[in-house]
Unconditional design. Structure first.
Lengths: 519, 311
C-alpha cells in the first residue's frame, strides 16, 4: 500500500471576489504617480478589490502579519509533549478477538468486534522487495476479517528510527511502528513503545511459546517484550554453487551435515576460491557487513564480547575480541573478501553475489528474493567458530504499539494479525522465514522455499541463536557502531593494530554508554 | 492634543491618493506573502527554534532540559568536531579556488566564437543539473581502485593507481576533484561576465601594445573581479555545507577522513538524536560561514573593481 499523503491545504485562493463598486475607478489623482490607462485601472481595481484585506488598516495588516509570524515561530519552537503513559493492556474480550493460530486464514466476512471501523496507521520500513504489494494484501485481508483499515507508511530503514522519533515528538497519529533490534532499547527505555507483556498475558501459553526464541528475544529490554517480529532474518551462508564446484570443493551444506563445516574448512576454502585481478578478481567471501550486529559472531566465536554484563563499558579491546577483529580484517587484507571500494561498487550482499565474482556471502532470506534466478545457488548454515561452537544473530523486523496510540486495543489486534498471518505473507514474498514453530513446521512454509533452500538450514539458524543470549543494543547503539567501524577502518587500513584501534575507541564508546544510560 | 475628532480631515484628493497608495501596499504584500510566510515558517521559525535548542538537551523523546553551555562544552571536547571542521576547511580551501579557476578557464574557452559553441556550453553545464546521487554513483565507479577509469588513466601515463575515496590520504582530494565536475553554474556566471567586458577597452589596450596575457590580467580580470568575488563567496558558503557527496560515496570514511561538518551535524541530530548539540553545531557553522563571508567582503575592497568606483 502506498503511503497516503493527506492534503492539508496549499496556497489558499482568494475567496472573496466581490466588487462593491465603491473603489477606485481607474482614474488617477493629479500628481499621483504615472497615469494608468482605463484598462490597467480596471485590472488593478479587480486586484485590489479581490483581496479580503482591502478594508484593513495598515496597522491591522502589519499586526496580522506579525501575529501570524510569531504564531508560526512559536509553533516551530514548541517543545514536544512528554510521552504519555503506556497504552492500557487489552481486555480479555479484545484478546479473544485476535487471531489465535499462526496459520489463521482471513475470514470471509468482517468479524463483529463491537467497535466502529477504524483506520490504523502503521509505519514500517520499505526495504523489502515488493513491500507495497505485500502490504496491500495484508490490508485487504485485514479489512475483510475485521472491517478495520490499515494505512501503511513505508520509510527507508536507515531513516526509520528518526522518522519514528520525529513522529513521536510531533504526535503524528501512528498506532504501530517499525522496531529494529538496534533501536528497540531506545524506543522502550524512552517510552515510545508500549510494554507488550500485559497484552501477551491475554494470549494462551501455547501461542506465546510458539514464537522462536531467536525471533522475539531481540525485542526485549530489561526483561520486557516491546515488539513482535513480522520478518525474521538470521544469517546463513549463501553460495555460488558453480564457483564452489569449479574449484573442486565439496558442497558446504553436505559438509555441515557431516559435521565438517568449520572455521578451518572455511579458511581452507577462501584461497582456493579467490583468484584473478582487477575487474576479473573473484573473492572467496563477501565482506562481512560493517556493523557490530554482524561482526559480533566472530567476536563471540573467539571468546569475546561487545559489552560487559551491566552495559556500562565496552570490552571490544579484550584479547579474545581482538582475535575476532583480526580475523575479520584479515578477510579483506588477505584479499579473500572485497574491500570497501569493491563492495560500494557492487552495492550490497545481493550485488556481490549476482556479480558472479563472490563465492560465498553471509546473507539472510530478505535479500535473497533479489538473487538472479538463472544462477546456481546453495545454502548452508554458519560454520563452527574457532571455539567449536555455532552462533547466529538475527535482524528481525518487529512492530510495536506506540505509547500515544489512540486505539491501543485495535493496534494490538492488528499486531497479532501481522505477527501471524502477516508473517505468512512476508514469507510467501521471499522476505522472511517463519517466526513461529507451528508455521515453521507447516506445509505452507515448505511450499514457499526455493528448490535450493533446505528448510533445515533455517531451523539450524534458530538453534544456533540459542547458544547464547542475544547481543544487547543499548540506547545509543548506532552511535557506538559508528565509533567501532571507524576503529575497524584503522585496522583494515593497517594504521593500527586491532588491539590499539579498539583500545583507542573504548573511552569514546564508554562515554556514549554513560550518556545514554537509562537513569 | 490632536484627537481624531479635532484633527483636520485630509482633503479628498490627498485622501484619495493615500488610499490608492495603501491599496498598492496591500497588493504588494499580498503578492510577496508566500515568501514572507515561507520565510517565517521554514527559515526564521526553525532558526529561532534551533537557537533555543542549542541551549537544551533534547533527544526527540524525552522533554527538553535546559543544558546551559553544556553543548558548547561538548563541542570543545569533541574530537570529531575538530575532525569535521578540519575536513570541511580542507575541502573548502582546496575546492573553491580550483572551482573558480576551472570555471573561469571553461568560460573563456566557451567564449570563443566558433560554430557549435551552444552544444559545448550545454555539455559543460549538464553535470550541474545531473542528480547528485546518480553523479556520485558514477564517480564511485570512476574511482574504483581495481578497474576504475581514474586509475586506468594513471596507469596509461605510467603512474601507479591510487586508492582514491578509500585511501585516507586521497579521500578528501577525491571529493574535491568530484566537485570540479559541477562547476557549470559558476562557469555560466563567468561567461556572462566575460561577455560584458567592453570590446573597446580590449582594443584600446591592444593598440597600446598590450599582449593577450596583459589584456587578460589588466583589463579582463579587473572587470571580472565582482564576478570572481561572487563565485568565491557562493563557493565558500556551498563548500562549507557540502554533504551529499560524502554521505553517499563514503559515509564519512575511511577513518572519518571525509566526515564533513554537515554530515557530522546530521549524524548527531538524526542518528544520535542529540538535537541540542546538533543545533549548537549548526549555529557554529553559521557563524563560521558568516565570518568567512564578511572577511571576503572586507578583503574585496583591495582587489575588486566596480564600474561605479570610477570617479
Amino acid at each position: 500500500m502506498r503511503p497516503e499523503l493527506v492534503a492539508t491545504g496549499g496556497f489558499a485562493e482568494p475567496v472573496n471576489r466581490q466588487d462593491d463598486g465603491t473603489e477606485d475607478t481607474g482614474d488617477t489623482a493629479a500628481g499621483d504617480g504615472p497615469r494608468v490607462t482605463a484598462h490597467t485601472g480596471r485590472w488593478r481595481r479587480r486586484l485590489t478589490t479581490a483581496t479580503i484585506l482591502r478594508r484593513q488598516s495598515r496597522r491591522a495588516f502589519v499586526g496580522t502579519v506579525v501575529f501570524g509570524g510569531a504564531a508560526a515561530i512559536l509553533a516551530a519552537c514548541a517543545p514536544a509533549a512528554a510521552p504519555t503513559a503506556p497504552a492500557p493492556p487489552p481486555t480479555k474480550a479484545a484478546a479473544a478477538a485476535s487471531p489465535t493460530t499462526a496459520a489463521s486464514a482471513p475470514a470471509a466476512a468482517p468479524a463483529k468486534t463491537g467497535t466502529q471501523p477504524v483506520t490504523l496507521e502503521v509505519l514500517f520500513q520499505s526495504g523489502i522487495v515488493g513491500s507495497e504489494k505485500l502490504w496491500e494484501q495484508i490490508g485487504t485481508e485485514y479489512t475483510a476479517k475485521t472491517g478495520h483499515k490499515i494505512n501503511a507508511v513505508l520509510v527507508p530503514h536507515p531513516d526509520a528510527e528518526s522518522k519514528v522519533l520525529t513522529s513521536m515528538a510531533g504526535r503524528v497519529p501512528v498506532d504501530l511502528i517499525y522496531v529494529h533490534p538496534t533501536f528497540n532499547a531506545t524506543f522502550s527505555s524512552k517510552g515510545a513503545v508500549a510494554d507488550l507483556d500485559p497484552y501477551m498475558k491475554a494470549v494462551s501459553k501455547a501461542e506465546a511459546e510458539d514464537y522462536y526464541y531467536g525471533a522475539t528475544a531481540w525485542f526485549t529490554w530489561e526483561g520486557k517484550q516491546y515488539a513482535l517480529p513480522v520478518i525474521s532474518a538470521p544469517n546463513a551462508v549463501y553460495y555460488n554453487a558453480d564457483l564452489i564446484q569449479k574449484a573442486g570443493l565439496a558442497d558446504p551444506w553436505e559438509l555441515y551435515k557431516k559435521g565438517e563445516w568449520t572455521t578451518a574448512k572455511f579458511d581452507d576454502y577462501l584461497p582456493k576460491l579467490s583468484n584473478g585481478e582487477g575487474a576479473n578478481r573473484v573473492y572467496g567471501v563477501a565482506e562481512i557487513d560493517r556493523s557490530i550486529r554482524y561482526q559480533v559472531q566472530w567476536l563471540w566465536g573467539h571468546g569475546g564480547e561487545v559489552y560487559n554484563d551491566k552495559l556500562t563499558e565496552t570490552v571490544i579491546h579484550s584479547d579474545a575480541a581482538v582475535k575476532g577483529w583480526e580475523y575479520l580484517a584479515g578477510l579483506v587484507t588477505k584479499r579473500f573478501a572485497p574491500g570497501r571500494a569493491e563492495s560500494s561498487a557492487l552495492t550490497n550482499t545481493v550485488g556481490v553475489l549476482n556479480s558472479g565474482r563472490v563465492a560465498m556471502a553471509y546473507g539472510w532470506r530478505t535479500l535473497m528474493a533479489s538473487l538472479k534466478p538463472d544462477m546456481k545457488w546453495g545454502l548452508a548454515p554458519l560454520f563452527k567458530m574457532a571455539d567449536g561452537k555455532e552462533y547466529n544473530r538475527n535482524g528481525p523486523n518487529g512492530i510495536g504499539i506506540t505509547s500515544w496510540s489512540k486505539e491501543p486495543s485495535q493496534a494490538w489486534e492488528l499486531l497479532r494479525f501481522l505477527s501471524t498471518r502477516g508473517v505468512e505473507i512476508f514469507v510467501a514474498g521471499g522476505a522472511s522465514i517463519p517466526t513461529t514453530k507451528s508455521f515453521g513446521n507447516s506445509p505452507a512454509w515448505k511450499g514457499a522455499l526455493l528448490p535450493w533452500e533446505p528448510a533445515e538450514v533455517y531451523d539450524i539458524a534458530y538453534k544456533q541463536m540459542e547458544t547464547r543470549p542475544t547481543l544487547p543494543f543499548p540506547p545509543g547503539a548506532n552511535n557506538i557502531d559508528t565509533l567501532i567501524q571507524s576503529a575497524f577502518d584503522r585496522v583494515v587500513l593497517g594504521e593500527a593494530t586491532a588491539k590499539q584501534a579498539m583500545t583507542d575507541a573504548k573511552p569514546k564508546i564508554d562515554a556514549v554508554l554513560k550518556e545514554m544510560a537509562v537513569k | 492634543v490632536i484627537t481624531s475628532e479635532t484633527a483636520p480631515r485630509p482633503a479628498p484628493a490627498r485622501r484619495w491618493a493615500w488610499r490608492r497608495r495603501w491599496n498598492e501596499y496591500l497588493v504588494g504584500y499580498f503578492f510577496v506573502s508566500p515568501f514572507i510566510i515561507g520565510f517565517l515558517v521554514f527559515y526564521a521559525g526553525p532558526m529561532l527554534a534551533s537557537a533555543v535548542l542549542a541551549v537544551l538537551k533534547y533527544d526527540l523523546i524525552t522533554p527538553p532540559q535546559f543544558a546551559g553551555t553544556a553543548n558548547l562544552e561538548r563541542m570543545v571536547g569533541d574530537d570529531l568536531f575538530y575532525t569535521a571542521l578540519y575536513n570541511t576547511a580542507f575541502y573548502t580551501f582546496l575546492a573553491v579556488p580550483l572551482q573558480v579557476l576551472v570555471a573561469l578557464f571553461l568560460a573563456m574557452a566557451l567564449d570563443i566564437k566558433v560554430r557549435g559553441m551552444a552544444f559545448f556550453r550545454t555539455a559543460f553545464y549538464l553535470p550541474s543539473v545531473t542528480p547528485a546521487v546518480a553523479a556520485v554513483a558514477l564517480w564511485v565507479w570512476i574511482y574504483n581502485p581495481d578497474y576504475g577509469l581514474a586509475n586506468a588513466a594513471l596507469r596509461w601515463i605510467g603512474l601507479p593507481g591510487l586508492g582514491w575515496l578509500w585511501d585516507p590520504n586521497w579521500s578528501k582530494p577525491s571529493l574535491v576533484i568530484m566537485s570540479l565536475w559541477t562547476v557549470g553554474t559558476q562557469m555560466v556566471v563567468f561567461l556572462a561576465g566575460l561577455q560584458s567586458v567592453p570590446a573597446g577597452l580590449l582594443e584600446a589596450a591592444a593598440i597600446d601594445g598590450a599582449g593577450r596575457l596583459r589584456r587578460f590580467w589588466s583589463v579582463t580580470i579587473p572587470i571580472l573581479s565582482p564576478v570572481i568575488l561572487f563565485n568565491l563567496v557562493v563557493g565558500v558558503i556551498n563548500s562549507f555545507q557540502v554533504f551529499t557527496v560524502a554521505f553517499i560515496a563514503t559515509e564519512g570514511g575511511p577513518r572519518d577522513t571525509t566526515l564533513v561538518y554537515v554530515l557530522f551535524l546530521y549524524r548527531e541530530a538524526f542518528r544520535n538524536f542529540r538535537m541540542g548539540y546538533a543545533s549548537a553545531l549548526a549555529w557554529t557553522l553559521f557563524l563560521v560561514i558568516m565570518a568567512f563571508t564578511l572577511a571576503q567582503f572586507m578583503l574585496a575592497r583591495r582587489w575588486v573593481h566596480y564600474e561605479s568606483d570610477r570617479k
